[in-house]
Design a protein around this ligand. Structure first.
Ligand SMILES: NC(=O)c1ccc[n+]([C@@H]2O[C@H](COP(=O)([O-])OP(=O)(O)OC[C@H]3O[C@@H](n4cnc5c(N)ncnc54)[C@H](OP(=O)(O)O)[C@@H]3O)[C@@H](O)[C@H]2O)c1
Length: 247
């Protein structure tokens, strides 16, 4: 919804990057159902973002959409200035943008590398920076990672993606340590193979990698996000939601 309105300060505000579609969309709906005013950040999917905001409003919630390419710090700064002016607070940031490019590492080139790092890692940092500037005391940041980051091994496909997600984990822990005294918690939720994945293995193959024997659903990720919202003594953790992947 593009019509601005001021949050009187009574309702918590959640900002979700890449919120218009797929996992981001699901998280926006889950957060709205928990009582958050949701700011849906999108880049290209304006129609989907507006439809989602309308769906949330029709369901009794509140939502607003804003366009941003998180790879550009000036755009991120402008979006958070808009949120400061209209919502007046940020209680939760979900850094959900994460472009996956399963290219072989020998086929990578600097332009692809830069684009992945700019969106997945620098973009998340810019959003954290501008969120933290207005968060004050108390709040939560949840970064979306990928399963298996801890003890990561060589993977010749998607090296730029894995580097960006590993960097995001390092950033998660640093911010968690630094902002704990302000009661701002910073955590990571790391999906494994989701059932909407662009390179989903067959059910037979999945059981080779995933002990629980199935791909994850969007609700599995939302469940972990909701756990972290309730878990007020948890910060700096990374939760793999991956059916036991790499056990
Ligand atoms: N799906 C899986 O199997 C899986 C597995 C492991 C981890 N994950 C992680 O889970 C998260 C969500 O995955 P997904 O598959 O739902 O994501 P996705 O569909 O690949 O992307 C989500 C949204 O990110 C937005 N986006 C991309 N680049 C952007 C930029 N520079 N600035 C602003 N927005 C940008 C796009 O918004 P617009 O459409 O508006 O342009 C896109 O709709 C990601 O972090 C991903 O790495 C997913």
């Amino acid at each position: 919804m593009s019509d601005p309105r001021t949050n009187a300060g009574s309702r918590p505000v959640a900002v979700v990057t890449g919120g218009a579609r797929r996992l981001g969309r699901h998280l926006c709906m889950a957060l709205a159902a928990r009582g958050y005013d949701v700011v849906i950040l999108y880049r290209d999917s304006e129609t989907e973002a507006r439809a989602l905001a309308q769906h949330i409003v029709d369901s009794g919630g509140r939502a607003r959409t804003l366009r941003v390419d998180v790879a550009h710090e000036a755009q991120v700064a402008a979006v958070f200035a808009d949120i400061s002016a209209h919502e007046g607070r940020v209680d939760l940031l979900v850094n959900n943008v994460g472009n996956y490019n399963p290219q072989h590492v020998t086929k990578l080139n600097p332009a692809v590398w830069d684009a992945t790092l700019a969106a997945n890692l620098s973009g998340a940092y810019y959003c954290c920076f501008h969120t933290l500037a207005q968060m004050g005391s108390g709040g939560s940041i949840i970064n979306i990672g990928m399963a298996g980051l801890e003890g990561i091994r060589a993977n010749v496909h998607g090296a730029d993606y894995y580097v960006s997600k590993t960097g995001l984990l390092v950033l998660t822990r640093a911010l968690a340590a630094a902002y704990a005294e302000q009661n701002i918690r910073v955590n990571m939720v790391s999906p494994g193979q989701l059932d909407n994945s662009i390179d989903l293995p067959s059910p037979g193959e999945i059981t080779q990698w995933v002990p629980l024997g199935r791909a994850g659903g969007l609700q599995d990720i939302a469940q972990a996000v909701e756990y972290l919202l309730d878990a007020t003594y948890v910060t700096g953790v990374n939760i793999d939601v991956a059916g036991g992947y790499r056990l």
